[in-house]
Design a protein around this ligand. Structure first.
Ligand SMILES: Cc1cc2nc3c(=O)[nH]c(=O)nc-3n(C[C@H](O)[C@H](O)[C@H](O)COP(=O)(O)O)c2cc1C
Length: 208
């Protein structure tokens, strides 16, 4: 698939067909993730691929399986989600946080080395490792799209990463930025509408 086609095709998908992603495809996708730029030139990243359903259930057991209408309304208010398209997206996404990972063909957990306290950076360069792993994750998302698969993302909340560390046994010095679900997009499932961006208004020539 041509590069811009993959870029345009990539969407966050939260419903999947019951279909495996073959190991060789996963390996190509994760190899693409390792082609990303890295702040320290070391690409000290790991990707854990979880396909075993018992392990997946244990890993995800800490994630809420849904949300009440009241809690959803409170979330929209507390997070100041004012844009109607943004609200539509959250209304579709939040109730699926568990199923979008459990029903995926695999859950992928990226790991990166964070040498300083990520929640108390002293300057922006303390976040370079975090920025680098997200470059790597974007490569993975685009490679998945190029292969005809799709992904979703969940940022670990509360103790979800501590729990993942125990279930998956990764070393404490590694940080997980997110959970990734990957699979074949479910036919006919409707995705939230994208906000239209007028690119000409967002590109500034010589000064803002
Ligand atoms: C840093 C980051 C965090 C995200 N966190 C979540 C999340 O916790 N749960 C979720 O369902 N989607 C999450 N997403 C996916 C976004 O909701 C999605 O990218 C956005 O709505 C745009 O839709 P698109 O990816 O289909 O273009 C996240 C995306 C990014 C880049």
């Amino acid at each position: 698939m041509e590069f811009y086609e993959a870029v345009n095709k990539r969407r966050t998908v939260r419903e999947f067909e019951q279909e495996d992603v073959p190991e060789e495809v996963l390996e190509r996708i994760i190899s693409a993730a390792f082609k990303a730029p890295s702040n320290d030139h070391l690409r000290d990243w790991h990707y854990i691929v979880i396909k075993d359903k018992a392990r997946t259930a244990e890993l995800l057991s800490i994630i809420p399986k849904g949300i009440s209408e009241e809690d959803m309304a409170a979330l929209i208010k507390d997070w100041a989600l004012d844009d109607p398209l943004q609200q539509e997206c959250y209304r579709k996404a939040v109730p699926k946080q568990y199923s979008m990972l459990f029903d995926a063909a695999a859950v992928i957990v990226p790991l990166f080395l964070q040498k300083t306290d990520i929640l108390r950076p002293e300057n922006i360069s303390h976040l370079n490792g975090f920025a680098s792993i997200w470059c790597s994750i974007e490569n993975l998302l685009l490679a998945a799209a190029a292969e005809g698969y799709a992904c979703d993302l969940r940022i670990p909340l509360g103790d979800e990463s501590g729990h993942a560390g125990k279930v998956l046994g990764f070393p404490e010095e590694y940080t997980m930025p997110c959970f990734i679900g990957i699979g074949r997009p479910k036919e006919g499932s409707r995705l939230p509408k994208q906000k239209e961006i007028n690119i000409k208004e967002r590109i500034h020539r010589d000064r803002f």
